[in-house]
Design a protein around this ligand. Structure first.
Ligand code: BDP
Length: 595
């Protein structure tokens, strides 16, 4: 699905702003006709989570309705008009002028509804979106009834994951118009042959159409063009860019590529993408970018900020990228769900490498078979939608199809003969296979918990490990923790011969709390902990990446292991002030000037 674009043919109207909002705890809205108008609305900001905008909605996760009105420009008549919701967490249903136009499940990926037939052309059109984020075991991520932390560790709201279950319209809602015959999709892949960039483009039209089109890539030496011949709505062409400037952290050069569709000799539709020419490859136990070994320095992050919740926050994206540069990082993982498209576009421009993760967190395999089947369908759909959305971003260097799946009980070492291990293997194999089938150009991984069966790790191109030796185990003894870590890395590498990355390791740290000798929760302990992991990795060339958990403190459910409702493993506070660890990492990673 192409991100809506405003150009001389395509029109896009961003509906971000103040909407009407009403909770529907009894689920009566549809029967009572709320799709045509909310009986007792209040005002809410879109995008944004509803949880932090009002005091009474913090823990509310059931249905709520959003409504607005818009006047469609008369010049759009005769076009096809879509309503695109960037992210509605978790499930959404949409009405236009009271008529149902679509529904979607899965909170972090966009969907679009064709609303052409439902718009008013002589007055306002009403739009209503019902969103609910009820924590159900059949959803992905699953609600706590299907597993997760048990007993005294369980927080409120009852998630199976360690971040707050923010709800609402988290990204822009965009109304856009395209010609009846239009470009429905474009896929770009790049390789490099003897310094020549090879850009392969596949374009798909909105119908099984035959006709002509063109590609134009703006190279520094002038435009490079190719003709497109559509047959059955599909066309392919290859562009060659001699002496291409290869995209990477040092020089994130983007070539504008315009795809045009010609009907009756005129340009019927056109779409422009920013193309980074680069290759990503796993060879032996190394990760290569443009044929050279690359070491990933960075973080697991979250979309999280006071008041915005998980809502798109453009200044924060800019600030975070500047802090990544300041600290000397070159990458992050979109833990534990796909981030806003705007984040990826910025990363394309700034040369930040991204491991793009699906929302598959908190998956266990000792549950009811029917639930597992439902989650599997949802996970596969989310991979389809994620790859469709993000395939053209040079910043995306890999797909992570699950975070910390666990066989029977969370964190318990697994025995390969355990039936839950086999069920999990089959499930995860299907996810990895789907990602590879959709996109053979990028490595696939799973971020794996301590005790993950080797058979699951074998599914990964890069073996990503989340480890907390010296925190959840070997508590208070960072050196004992790193000794365990060193042994395990050597064992896993000997068994699999693949590149390893540590995609999580960290220690909760209360900013301003100090102690000598270092004690848990102090800034000194966080530095000692991270130093140990960095040293172990530095001595092992097969470790190709280090992502500290976490970039910044972030909100979680309330519970006894999360004082203040925060996970405090950030090297920055939630409002982006550096802890001692940030300065330590900057020194180790050779960070730059303040951005
Ligand atoms: C890992 C999870 C991550 C948590 C982290 C922690 O992947 O979401 O926030 O542990 O406990 O298990 O800090």
């Amino acid at each position: 699905m192409l991100y809506p674009q405003q150009n001389r043919i395509r029109q896009a109207l961003d509906l971000s702003g103040f909407w009407q909002f009403q909770l529907d705890p009894e689920g009566v809205g549809e029967a009572e006709g709320w799709a045509r108008g909310l009986p007792a609305p209040r005002t809410i900001a879109v995008p944004g989570s509803w949880n932090e905008q009002f005091a009474d909605t913090r823990d509310y996760l059931d249905a709520a309705w959003y409504a607005t009105v818009v006047e469609a420009p008369p010049s759009w008549r005769g076009q096809r008009v879509f309503l695109r919701v960037g992210s509605a967490n978790y499930a959404a249903a949409v009405w236009v002028n009271g008529a149902p136009v679509g529904a979607h499940e899965g909170g972090h990926l966009p969907f679009a509804c064709d609303v052409t037939e439902h718009l008013s052309w002589d007055g306002p059109t009403s739009i209503a979106i019902r969103v609910d984020n009820t924590l159900l075991p059949s959803r992905v991520p699953p609600g706590a009834a299907g597993g997760g932390a048990a007993g005294f560790l369980r927080g409120y709201p009852a998630t199976t994951f360690d971040f707050f279950p923010y709800a609402g319209l988290h990204r822009p809602v965009i109304l856009y118009a395209v010609p009846p015959l239009h470009l429905a999709d474009v896929t770009v892949t790049t390789t490099v042959e003897d310094g020549t960039g090879v850009v392969r483009v596949t374009a798909r039209a909105s119908e099984p159409w035959a006709g002509a089109g063109a590609l134009t890539l703006a190279a520094e030496t002038g435009p490079i063009t190719a003709a497109l011949a559509f047959a059955d709505g599909r066309a392919e062409a290859t562009l060659r860019v001699p002496g291409a400037r290869l995209w990477g952290p040092g020089d994130p050069h983007l070539y504008p590529l315009t795809v045009a569709l010609h009907d009756d000799g005129r340009v019927a539709d056109t779409y422009t993408l920013e193309v980074g020419i680069r290759t990503v490859e796993v060879r032996g136990d190394r990760l290569l970018l443009n044929g050279e070994p690359i070491f990933l320095k960075g973080f697991g992050k979250h979309e999280d900020f006071p008041v915005n919740g998980r809502g798109l926050n453009l200044p924060l994206l800019v600030k975070d990228n500047a802090l990544l540069k300041w600290i000397g990082a070159n990458s992050y993982r979109t833990s534990h769900y796909p981030y806003a498209e705007e984040a990826l576009r910025l990363a394309d421009r700034e040369g930040i490498l991204i491991i793009d993760e699906t929302p598959a967190v908190g998956l266990g395999f000792a549950d009811d078979e029917g639930l597992i089947r439902q989650r599997r369908e949802q996970c596969l759909r989310q991979i389809d939608e994620l790859v469709a959305r993000d395939k053209n971003h040079p910043c995306v260097i890999g797909w992570c199809v699950a975070n910390e799946p666990f066989p029977a009980a969370f964190g318990q070492p697994a025995n390969e003969d355990d039936p839950a291990v086999k069920i999990g293997l089959d499930f995860l194999d299907a996810l990895a296979a789907r990602a590879r089938a959709l996109d053979p150009t990028r490595p696939v991984t799973i971020s794996a918990l301590h005790g993950t069966p080797l058979s699951w790790l074998r599914l990964c191109d890069i073996v990503c490990l989340n480890r907390y030796y010296g925190w959840y185990t070997q508590a208070g003894q960072p050196a004992a923790g790193t000794a365990v870590l060193a042994r395990e890395l050597d064992d896993v590498h000997a068994a699999l011969g693949k590149p390893l990355a540590l995609t999580e390791f960290g220690a909760d740290t209360i900013a301003g709390h100090h102690s000598i000798p270092p004690e848990m929760f102090s800034e000194e302990y966080q530095v000692e902990f991270l130093r140990g992991y960095l040293d172990v990795a530095a001595a092992r060339p097969f470790v190709v990446g280090l992502h500290v958990w976490n970039f910044a403190d972030f909100k979680t459910a309330q519970g006894i292991i999360r004082p203040g409702g925060l996970n405090q493993k950030g090297v920055f506070t939630r409002d982006r002030r550096p802890k001692m660890a940030a300065h330590f990492l900057r020194e180790r990673w050779g960070g730059g000037a303040p951005g």
